[in-house]
Design a protein around this ligand. Sequence first.
Ligand code: COA
Length: 625
Amino acid sequence: MDIHSYCPEKVLHPETAVTKIKNGSRVFVGTGCGEPQKLIHAMVQERSIQDIVCYQMLSYTFSDYVNDKSFLNRFSLKLFFISQRMRQAAFEGKIDYVPAYLSQIPELFHSQKIGLDVALIQVSPPDRFGYCSLGISVDITLAGMMNAGMIIAQLNPSMPRTWGDSFIHIKDIDYLVEHEEPLCEAIPTSKNVDIVERIAGYVNQLVNDGATLQVGFGHLPDSILPYLDRKKDLGLHTQVITNGFLPLLQKGVITNKKKSLLPGRIVCSLCMGSTELYDYLDNNPLFYFRSSEFVNDPNQIARNDNLISLSSALEVDLTGQICTDSKGYLFYSGIGDQVDFIRGSKLSNGGFSIIALPSTAQNGEVSRIVPHLSEGAGVATTRGDVDIVVTEYGIAELHGKGIYQRVMELTQIAHPKFREELINEAKKRHYIFADQLPPTKQDLIFLEKYKYYLQLPEDKTVEFRPLLPSDEFASRNFFYSLQDTTVYYRFFQRRKIFSRNMLQEQWALVDYKRNMSIIGQMQKGQRKEIVAIGSYAESEEQEGYAEVAFVVREDFQDKGIGSYLLSILESIARENGYKGFIATVLNENTKMIHVFQKRYPNARIKMSGGGDVEIHMAFGEESAA
Ligand SMILES: CC(C)(COP(=O)(O)OP(=O)(O)OC[C@H]1O[C@@H](n2cnc3c(N)ncnc32)[C@H](O)[C@@H]1OP(=O)(O)O)[C@@H](O)C(=O)NCCC(=O)NCCS
């Protein structure tokens, strides 16, 4: 449609268009990379415009002016999220921050809680029917525009046309300014590749094929994405599309086939990335842009089965409180989409949320897992909402757990050099028992290679991995689930109590070299249940040998688990320089003896005379299974 013949009276130069803004106006400005840069410059440079309040989510262009006193006298900026470029200004109190859930910002406009006189937006030129597209910024821009008394739009051919609820007709726009310019770009830079890789490794373990992902603002979540490239049939329902998604889109990892809400489509609200990404979005029906009130509504999010929310944080305290928007008293980013998606993922069938963060900040000088949040810091995600936290040191599962377990899980994934201090601080606050042992100071990344899977006939899989301090509660439940005979065969006594002290001493002894315990787990609903434990500990009697012991829950016996655990332990023991195992077994425990003899036909069996036998098993030449 040719606007010069359809509505010539609306077409103005930028300098003229902004004179329509009355002094004292409340002006909504389009979001982030979609902001109308030319209109913003024209408005600021028109000196007659005074006392303007601007509402915006993410702001770029205003950062050119925030250090100018005369600008600050004429404009007050109210931002729902603080972009990197506005951070210093926020620290210096030059802008105002409006903390609000993204899902609820549109309603602030609809209800006139935030009244708007003018909307400055950027759109693609109209199609032959007269419709312009809001392009990469539908988010809160749709609601801001709908509720403003006057709309001034910059028509920019660089703005992609996007599909979804992104259209506005020429007749609904008051003034049109034709101006082509490149859109702002937001190209994330990854700071520490090693840490990103390690975190991505853990996130990879949590994300199943066919899951629908939401990825929050920030460098870290975006840099994790390319590492998910071996997944299959991922879907997207997310506030913001960033460059991190491009490789997954190009490799066909994101197919959206398994989505339960709007299958085949990527549901999103905003895009912040490179020109390459904007080109990819242009006229691409794969993307379905909707307002934040839809995309971020926890009830809509929950309509996606297996929705996994991935976002980041500045600090996490030992009770699981998450700080994302401030560094102490300094406002740093925003509440954004985190809480919306954490709540939505919890309501989603099979859904959960991950908060990923490096364990330290300031070149490793400070821990991001802290006994208490910094003075002035705000809680974005509460202890009640937090689910899984991941650092480069592992995975902490917090949802539904008590403070004691949270402290142990979070300390375990803190940087090794801060673990003891965190435990001591937790003791001072009576979060944990006074005699609590600290988790190991080792970096346990090497345990990643000790993960094994055994397929059982009934299409069930047992997962094996080394025992961690955070398994204390699960191992207690395991021991109490065993029958008396099984306990007797394992411990040679009718043990009735598996106390906290006994269990913590057990995990505290495990150093993963001279003393190793491997647990076998089965998925039960949303949690995993221990069904077997196999351990070895260096023998004090025979050099180069380790004492070995096993226990498998009765309903899982005779399925090959004991034999498999034995082979795992042998391969780890070999790596650590052991030549063989020794086991003490009750005479009547023919099953255990059989398992040992099957693997070590030359095992030497020594009768002790006291109702048990000692079995010596040399590993032999060939490598273990
Ligand atoms: C001993 C134990 C660890 C074995 O675990 P498991 O997962 O049942 O072992 P597997 O399924 O790998 O192997 C069991 C083998 O014993 C055989 N077996 C079963 N009952 C047997 C019996 N009464 N006598 C001899 N062999 C028997 C099975 O046929 C199977 O052999 P196969 O692999 O040649 O078919 C498990 O039964 C257990 O936890 N028992 C109680 C605790 C205990 O005794 N611990 C030993 C302390 S060192």
